[in-house]
Design a protein around this ligand. Structure first.
Ligand code: HEC
Ligand code: HEC
Ligand code: HEC
Length: 414
């Protein structure tokens, strides 16, 4: 974990270096377009998929992106003429980013989030291209498609597009403030937050009626980020949300795994007004608003869980569950802990977690791993207890759910 986040910081440093060091050659107008493109590329997190973590060749591709159907390797998008996109026209580039159409007219897989990027304007996309033209060309030929039949046939993506893809720029809602509209554009467009936070159909399309209510990806559960009081960000202030996206931490929780990457490469570099706009927008989404009642204290899992929590966990997270702000998450307030899908919480308890370092907060505290100390029944019990204490209520966790995550994470490298 630690090694990986150092790699990410190195990529982030490279990204920030590139445009400014080259901009000296460009005329002022071009420079502004390049700077705008650089910022849009950060908002869109293009580097995360198109760079192998830890490598010093940003955008050179080669990173496998895991999907439920198999892995798709992100291609080289440096300006290299043969193995990158140096020879592409702006039209071809725009078609890839906003329509999901590859250079030779074939369909791209939605592992490339064109269904979100379509909300950007053509101007935005041309600016990203202008910026990418300034990065160091890297020779790296990538074979993107390693999917099994029938998904290896790109034409099948026409069906996917017909079912799940709506092309078109972001349309502002005139009844809402400029800040709200900016937030909606950032979340649905470049930020592609729904790619991980909106539940998916069995074909990987968005379940639009459950917009941002939490989903599963690559061995992690991404929680509900609507304003729902029980499952979402209802207990977070806008300032909590801004601090989380900027530093990776706040009084409630810490970012780790795929979200740690989103923070280190993207949201940590967003401007304060953009972070506030995202907060304004997310806090305006009502969510599911369904009530639930906690399990009774005399339930056997609650009794066993309370004892484990007191002995093993309360030293850091506190008997009152409040933790220590910015250091140990307040498990009493964490909505993620109460997610319908407990995968991320199980995973953190089994394997431990080290959250990300950012400029706003360079050092992060760590959560020890309990995978050896606690068996599946014990992890299930302590989570069941935590999900139903301090005024919260969420379904119990079964030992089988823990076994599944244990087996699944054992097969993964990170
Ligand atoms: C979530 C991961 C992810 C993110 C984020 C992402 N891409 Fe991609 N991109 C991919 C994958 C995977 C492919 C290959 C898709 C395929 O082969 O069908 C791809 C394909 C492409 C292609 C087509 C290249 C070719 O050789 O066919 C371009 C251009 C591209 N991406 C540019 C970008 C830009 C610019 C951004 C940011 C605005 C971006 N990508 C963000 C994963 C991503
Ligand atoms: C690559 C997948 C991915 C993308 C893209 C992504 N997230 Fe996340 N996010 C996750 C996962 C997984 C978690 C849970 C892990 C964690 O908390 O560290 C998470 C956690 C969060 C949390 C903490 C919620 C809680 O209750 O603890 C917030 C807030 C959040 N994301 C906001 C966003 C926003 C805003 C965006 C878009 C700018 C975004 N995410 C994009 C995967 C993603
Ligand atoms: C040495 C201090 C320490 C101890 C002991 C500890 N934790 Fe943690 N815990 C942390 C830290 C730090 C994090 C944040 C890690 C991150 O996400 O990077 C964390 C995160 C978590 C989370 C994720 C919460 C969220 O919303 O992000 C859960 C769940 C959790 N711990 C459960 C437990 C359980 C169960 C035990 C006892 C078996 C325990 N912890 C013991 C320090 C500790």
């Amino acid at each position: 974990m630690r090694k990986r986040s150092c790699g990410l910081l190195a990529v982030a440093a490279l990204l920030l270096g590139t445009a400014s060091s080259l901009a000296g050659d460009a005329d002022p107008q071009e420079f502004t377009q390049i700077e705008r493109g650089r910022y849009l590329a950060i908002l869109s997190d293009c580097a995360s998929c198109h760079t192998v973590p830890g490598s010093n060749q940003p955008f050179a591709g080669g990173r496998p992106i895991e999907t439920p159907f198999g892995s798709i390797v992100a291609p080289n998008i440096t300006p290299d003429l043969e193995t990158g996109i140096g020879a592409w026209s702006d039209e071809q580039f725009d078609a890839a980013i906003r329509k999901g159409v590859g250079r030779n007219g074939s369909r791209l897989y939605p592992a490339m989030p064109y269904n979100a990027y379509t909300k950007m304007s053509r101007d935005d996309v041309v600016a990203i291209r202008a910026y990418l033209n300034t990065v160091k060309p890297a020779r790296n030929a990538v074979v993107a498609n390693t999917l099994p039949f029938p998904f290896n046939i790109r034409a099948t993506m026409r069906v996917w597009d017909a079912l799940y893809f709506t092309e078109g720029d972001y349309r502002p809602d005139p009844k809402r403030s400029a800040e709200w509209n900016r937030g909606a554009y950032l979340v649905d467009g470049p930020g592609h937050c729904g790619a991980c936070h909106t539940p998916k159909t069995f074909l990987g399309g968005d379940k639009t009626d459950q917009y941002l209510r939490g989903s599963y990806l690559q061995g992690w559960s991404a929680p509900d980020i609507t304003n729902d009081a029980r499952l979402g960000l209802g207990h977070w202030s806008e300032a909590d949300l801004v601090s989380y996206l900027k530093s990776g931490h706040n009084r409630v929780t810490a970012a780790t795994g795929p979200m740690g990457e989103v923070v280190t490469l993207s949201t940590a570099y967003m401007t304060d007004p953009d972070l506030s706009a995202i907060a304004t927008y997310l806090k305006s989404l009502p969510g599911k608003t369904e009530s639930a009642s906690p399990l009774p204290g005399n339930d056997p899992a609650m009794i066993a869980g309370a004892a484990i929590y007191r002995d093993q966990c309360s030293a850091c997270h506190g008997l009152d569950g409040k933790g220590v702000a910015e250091l140990f998450p307040s498990v009493a307030d964490s909505s993620m802990l109460r997610s319908t899908d407990p995968t991320t919480s199980i995973r953190i308890i089994l394997r431990g977690a080290r959250s990300v370092g950012t400029k706003a907060q360079p050092t992060a505290s760590g959560m020890p791993s309990y995978g050896r100390q606690l068996d599946d029944g014990e992890v299930a019990a302590v989570l069941t207890y935590m999900r139903n204490s301090w005024g919260a209520a969420a379904g119990p966790v079964a030992p089988e759910q823990v076994s599944k995550v244990r087996a699944d994470t054992a097969l993964r490298q990170d």
